[in-house]
Design a protein around this ligand. Sequence first.
Ligand code: GDP
Ligand code: MG
Length: 196
Amino acid sequence: MATPQAELTHYAATLAECPKEPIPEVVLSGRSNVGKSTLVNYLTRRKKLAHTSKTPGKTKVFIYFRMDDAWNLVDMPGYGYAKTSESERARWRKAATEYFHGRTQLAGVVQLIDMRVGPTSADRDRLVELNRRGLPLCLVMTKADKIPRARHESMVAKHLANLNVPPTTGVVITSATAHYGAKELWAWINDQLASR
Ligand SMILES: Nc1nc2c(ncn2[C@@H]2O[C@H](COP(=O)(O)OP(=O)(O)O)[C@@H](O)[C@H]2O)c(=O)[nH]1
Ligand SMILES: [Mg+2]
């Protein structure tokens, strides 16, 4: 499958600011620093399309990337950054809830989990939110290059055993630095877009 043409088109702080066009979108959800922006660049084979950072807590808006002029890939604000104030946290939690419940364009959610760290309590809260609406879900285990290959399978099984997700949930292991997982994730994304 060819890599889609990608273009950054829109920033939105709230659901009301999200683009109005009725085309499907797939969102990347996960805590700050888990690797969302890096995944956008890896998936699109572009080095600097999404701004990546060693300093967590930077992305404070929904960032829209138009793919092949047909659908949107959305980089969502990260959560779980320790230095964020409680009021700021509450504001972002509300924006996320509104988005997940109100965004009719949403065709699927890619939930990133740092493979070394495993699911955090903030990840669990996010998954509860997602399951409530019953959105198609794919778990992506990021930074897999930091774990020896021989341990991947058992580690993912351990993470999954600790999570309450529907049996239909997709699971993909990725490394943006060692370049694997994109093909499998594209397959999942394309399935969601095709079944709209
Ligand atoms: N080793 C390794 N590092 C990664 C990978 N993906 C992201 N990172 C690093 O993790 C940090 C945070 O990535 P970023 O994409 O900005 O995270 P975001 O806050 O979720 O958007 C950066 O230093 C990235 O280089 C990966 O697959 N492997
Ligand atoms: Mg980011």
